[in-house]
Design a protein around this ligand. Sequence first.
Ligand code: DAH
Length: 353
Amino acid sequence: MNTDTLESLKEVALSAFAEAKSIEALRVEEVKFLGRKSEFNQFLKSLASLSPEERRLVGGRANEVKREILDAFEAARIRLESAGFDAEKEWVDVTDPGEKLPVGHLHILTRVEREICDIFRSLGFAIADGPEVETEFYNFDALNIPADHPARDMQDTFWLHQKSGSKERSVVNKKSPRLLLRTHTSPVQVRYMETHTPPFRIIVPGRIFRSEATDASHEHTFYQFESLFVDTDVSVGNFKYVAELFFSRFFGKHISVRLRPSYFPFVEPGFEFDIACTMCDGAGCSSCHGTGWLEVGGAGMVNQKVFEAAGYERDRWKGFAWGFGTNRLAMMKYKIPDIRLFQGGDLRFLNQF
Ligand code: DAH
């Protein structure tokens, strides 16, 4: 091929591009004139066999021709694409608000947990935290629940496998602990007391675990709030006042609290406490089985043995401690019938909140 052929090739390419009737047809011409196997490309390759002077001469022109062909192709592409634009069909309404992209939101339990924290914060409580993988010492022993105590059976849990030998240990201590998934948030009481001096008031939100068969009101994983109030002069009356204030704020109406004597090894005296039924305000309905009360949690005056386990001097301090289930409160407030819904991952449930 010589430079004449090069010129005529260019003419043919330019008119082919100019005459193309559609983008598809133009693409076919593009391959024909610019593709890897095109005559033009073959020509460029053959330049390698020319002498240096010839190559400079012919090669320079070849590059110019290539540029002209590419420009012609680009012009044809723009012509065909803008011709294909149908202003009738493709107009844009700039005032159209646009499509909303789906965004996630906080889980109902997170929202309830935050709501509860806000109320307690407004009452002067600090928020404390502790580990979900807990030692046997903090979860049980420090709370006056020794290894052979039947109270351990009420909180059967998941133990972690550890290196050989650890199971055999009979004396449980902080240095060589057996590990478990905490069965309640109460262990944070002792952890907090070890590093703080009264007076203080704290709440401990958190996730806990029980080896439970699940049903509409039982889960193996759920959430609790522990609360601890320690000072020199604290009474059961103080507890009842704070509890009524808290539940009234949470439910947005006056809520009475009632105490029933009960037993928890870490408090003395101990109570279970109920709130007036939020459905019938205490009149009696199917939610409260006609009693007018709903069971909410456990409470009591901190057992001096727990103060001792935390390193406090016996009889120096007084305090009340109480705990309740976050899931249960959320269920009452938002009328959620089954505790398993929280972790079921069903968007039809989650998107309601
Ligand atoms: N930790 C107990 C449980 O999970 C609840 C509880 C009872 C907490 C009495 C307390 C208390 O602070 O005083 O069953």
